[in-house]
Structures are given as structure tokens and as C-alpha cells.
Design a protein around this ligand. Structure first.
Ligand code: NAD
Length: 478
């Protein structure tokens, strides 16, 4: 049922001009399941030309009409969710129920941004003279180049794509070569909903070659990237040289603060699910568990009990909770990371082993008493690895939480109102969720600070990244 993926340029699916392709591998069995077209720079330029034509049409399409097409795409996505989830599970490895949730939440995101399309108001500004009227209008920034990774093949695209088309922009998405079929289904839903040709273009290829071509390209006005901090900094620097607007959604190393007054059962249950969702390959995954000393052993035991109930396996098998890592490189990296931490003095609570047979499977792993000298305490593990350390005081916990230059997500559990308020003030992260896992809904801001990037991909500010604010001031003469 898995099919090859072509490029989508000017409203048509097509092979690359040079007929080149890349293999797509199922990470659960390491078998090649299909091919994805690999764009040459001539294909990329075709996408730019198409986007220029698409933008001329789309920027002159009334917001209400844009919203209607978006709502239709959301409807089609929901209708096709079961099929798309299977494709996603095959190419990405995530359990079917998580894949389905991703497709359905993409539909919610599209719908939410369709509402933003019709509410992008300017302002009327009180004037200094009675015969002058000053106001702002919001206009689409132009053509967007978006670069998205494989961990959430649809969700990472849909946040950028929905905000861009809601604003009236055209977009070229450089999608993830590891997981090309599911973003293609997202684009197909827009195609079938009546999106004019050229407004959305989807390409795959050599990421660095494409970003180096598109970012300086005079036709491109806006860059949005999700991926590692290292690459994000390179792309932001290039964009800066060419004065392009950017949104950067980069890595994280989320602290989880467990205070002794917390509901430990709730915390263990929710954190086990959040940590090992998508095999831990999530930028907002809880990672450094900072646990108040009085409840340290108790909480680690509860977390272990929750984790022991997680079933690891092929995403399409029944009741699987944790799938494989995305590729061989990630699989090797996480094993090295665990070994390095154990050598540095960390203690293994559970997991740590690979599964026998093919597939990039690694057991959900908890380490405790991890010394700060272990590399994983500084570098994002991006895998199924929870790191536990004790703390004695609020200040010690906050200092450790803020020690790294990352600042994407943070989690905390406490029954104290004043601790909640203090954390809101003291924790340096773009998102803080206390006593529940409440991140990622379309109406909520989604983004980081410090090395985790800038700009938000959710909430009422998200569409602003795709709009220019222009001033008009008019004097009337009698
Ligand atoms: P990577 O840094 O090689 O790639 C990350 C993403 O960036 C991929 O989608 C890749 O195609 C893209 N990319 C890489 N170089 C690029 C370039 N020059 N121009 C444009 N795009 C480029 O890493 P990886 O092995 O795929 O993932 C590992 C790391 O990436 C993780 O440790 C994590 O920090 C980060 N990552 C973050 C997210 C996120 O949601 N923020 C998602 C995936 C990966």
C-alpha cells in the first residue's frame, strides 16, 4: 500500500527532472518500502516560479475564500486519517494511534488557522490632526521556504503551511526525505480542496543544497525551519545576510521539576507517556527529571512501573506504545549516549537494551543519579531516555533547569500555588506546563527562547510571522 512520492510543483505531482530518487526505509524492519523524488536545483527553481504564480492568485483571494479551502482540506484530512496514519506509521515507525492523533490534530490546526485568516485585522490609529486618518493593513509577506523534519511528518509541515496560506502567502516546503508520503497526503488534501496551483509546493532532495539555494533567492521572503539548533543557526545566519524574516523551532532539553508535594502517581503516568511518545524523538520531550530528595526514590520507582507497561514494537501492531528510532544514525547515537552516561557513573533503572532482530528498536530507558559530566545532561538525547537526578531546594532545581542554553519546554508537578507562580517567573523556557501535559494545541503559542529558537508556531501571534504590517496615513483636503 506504500507508494513512491513525487514532487508537487505548480499543482502537479511529477518526478524530478533528472529522474533521481532516494530510498525510503521502514525503521521497524530496515526494508526499503519506496522511493522519493530527489529534486535538482532546476526542480527547485520550477517550484519558485510556480510559487510566484500561485502567490499572485492567492494574495488576491479574499480571506473568507482562503478559509473555506482550508476548512475543506481539514475535512478531507479527517476523512482520510486512518489511511494516512498507516503510511506515517510505516515510514516513521510511530504507533498507529499516535500517527492517527497527529493527522487529526493537523486538521484542527488547519481549521484554527482558517479562523485566523479572517481575523487578521490592522489598526486605526488616533491621529494628531482631524483631517488625517492613519491605519495599518496586514499583507502577506510573500513566498515562504519551509524546512521540516521527520519526527512529526505532518504536524511540522502543517503549522507552517496553515499559517502561511491563511495569511495569503505561497509556500515551498522542503519536506523530510525519511518520511515523504505523509506530508504528500497533507498536500493532496489541499489539492483536492481546491487550492490554486502554485500556492503550495512540496519538494524533497539534498537539504543543504536546497536551503542554500532558496534562502538567498530574491523571490523568497520568509524562512521557517524546524530541526537541530546547529542547523538552525546556520540557516538563520544565511537568512540574516539576505534580510529574510525567519522562524526557528529548534532543539530542547526539557526539565521536569517534581516537588515533594506533587501528585506523584499522576506525574509518573503523564511523564512516562510524554517522555516515550514517538520514541522520545520530540523537541518538547521531558528529559531531565529533577526530583525533590524526599520523594526521589519513590518517584523513580513509580516512573519505572509506568514505563514497564509500555509495549515496544512495530507501529502497526496492536497496543504498541513505543516504535523504533527513525534511522540507523539515531539508533547508534542513543546507544552511545546511554553507554557514555553509564561510564560517567549513572545508574540504570530500566531499559537500555536493543531489541533482537531487524529494526531500530531500543527499550525505554531510565537512568538515575546521572552526573552533570555525562554528555546527555548537556546534549539533547532525542530518544527514549529519561535522566533522573535529585534536588534539595527550589533554588537548586531552578538553577539546574535553567543551566542549559536550551529554552523550549519545561514541566513541573506541585500542589503549591506559590510554587506554580514562582516557576512561571523563574523558569527560562518558551513553554511551561504544570500539573498536566498541555502543550501543542493550535491556540497555544509554540516556540522556544535562547538556543531553542524564536517565533511561535501556535496561538494568535503565529500568523504574524507571515504578515507584514504596513502603515497608510491619509490627509483629506476640503
Ligand atoms: P539533522 O540536524 O541532520 O537534521 C534535522 C533536520 O534538519 C532534518 O529534517 C534535516 O533534513 C534538516 N537539515 C539538516 N541540514 C539542513 C540544511 N543545511 N538545510 C536545511 N535543512 C537541513 O539531524 P537529524 O539526525 O535528522 O535529527 C537529529 C537532531 O535534530 C536531534 O537531535 C534534534 O536536536 C533535531 N531535531 C529537532 C526536531 C524538532 O522538532 N525541533 C526535529 C527533528 C530533529
Amino acid at each position: 500500500m506504500y507508494q513512491n512520492t513525487q514532487l508537487y510543483i505548480a499543482g502537479q505531482w511529477r518526478d524530478s527532472i533528472q529522474q533521481q530518487t532516494l530510498a525510503v526505509i521502514n525503521p521497524a524492519n530496515e526494508k526499503v518500502i519506496g522511493q522519493v523524488a530527489k529534486a535538482s536545483l532546476d526542480d527547485v527553481e520550477d517550484a519558485v516560479q510556480a510559487a510566484q504564480s500561485g502567490f499572485e492568485i492567492w494574495k488576491n483571494t479574499p480571506a473568507q475564500q482562503r478559509a473555506k479551502i482550508m476548512q475543506k482540506a481539514a475535512f478531507l484530512l479527517r476523512e482520510r486519517a486512518a489511511h494516512i496514519a498507516e503510511l506515517m506509521s510505516l515510514e516513521q515507525g510511530k504507533p498507529l494511534k499516535q500517527a492517527k492523533m497527529e493527522v487529526l490534530s493537523a486538521a484542527d490546526i488547519i481549521e484554527w488557522f482558517s479562523g485566523e485568516a479572517i481575523r487578521s485585522y490592522g489598526q486605526v490609529i488616533p491621529s494628531r490632526q482631524t483631517n488625517v486618518q492613519s491605519y495599518t493593513i496586514k499583507t502577506p509577506v510573500g513566498i515562504v521556504a519551509a524546512f521540516t523534519p521527520w519526527n512529526f511528518p505532518i504536524n511540522q509541515v502543517v503549522r507552517k503551511l496553515s499559517a502561511a496560506v491563511a495569511a495569503g502567502c505561497a509556500i515551498i516546503v522542503k519536506g523530510p526525505e525519511e518520511t515523504p508520503a505523509s506530508p504528500a497526503q497533507l498536500v493532496q488534501a489541499f489539492h483536492d480542496a481546491g487550492m490554486p496551483a502554485g500556492v503550495i509546493n512540496l519538494i524533497y532532495g539534498e537539504p543543504a543544497e536546497i536551503s542554500e539555494y532558496l534562502i538567498p533567492h530574491p523571490a523568497i521572503q520568509k524562512i521557517s525551519f524546524t530541526g537541530s539548533t546547529v542547523v538552525g543557526k546556520q540557516l538563520a545566519a544565511l537568512a540574516g545576510q539576505h534580510m529574510k524574516k525567519t522562524t526557528m523551532e529548534l532543539g530542547g532539553h526539557a526539565p521536569v521539576l517534581i516537588f515533594k508535594d506533587a501528585n506523584l502517581d499522576l506525574a509518573a503516568k503523564e511523564m512516562a507517556a510524554a517522555k516515550f511518545r514517538n520514541a522520545g524523538q520530540v523537541c518538547i520531550a521531558p528529559t531531565r527529571f529533577l526530583i525533590e530528595k524526599a520523594v526521589y526514590e519513590d518517584f523513580v520507582e513509580k516512573l519505572k512501573n509506568e514505563v514497564s507497561q509500555l509495549k515496544v514494537g512495530h507501529g502497526l501492531d496492536d497496543n504498541v506504545d513505543v516504535g523504533p528510532m527513525i534511522h540507523e544514525r539515531a539508533y547508534q547515537n542513543i546507544q552511545k549516549t546511554i553507554q557514555n552516561a553509564l561510564q560517567a557513573g549513572a545508574e540504570l533503572v530500566c531499559g537500555g537494551q536493543t531489541l533482537e532482530g531487524p529494526g531500530y528498536f531500543i527499550e525505554p530507558t531510565i537512568l538515575k543519579n546521572v552526573p552533570l559530566t555525562a554528555a546527555c545532561m548537556d546534549q539533547e538525547p532525542f530518544g527514549p531516555l529519561a535522566l533522573c537526578i535529585p534536588f534539595e531546594s527550589y533554588d537548586e532545581a531552578v538553577t539546574e533547569a535553567n543551566r542549559l542554553n536550551y529554552g523550549l519546554a519545561a514541566y513541573a508537578y506541585t500542589e503549591s500555588n506559590s510554587t506554580c507562580l514562582n516557576l512561571a517567573r523563574d523558569i527560562a523556557s518558551g513553554m511551561l506546563t504544570i500539573n498536566h501535559v498541555g502543550l501543542g494545541f493550535p491556540e497555544l503559542p509554540f516556540g522556544g527562547i535562547k538556543d531553542s529558537g524564536y517565533g511561535t508556531e501556535g496561538g494568535s501571534e503565529a500568523i504574524e510571522a507571515y504578515l507584514d504590517t504596513r502603515l497608510v496615513t491619509v490627509a483629506s483636503r476640503r
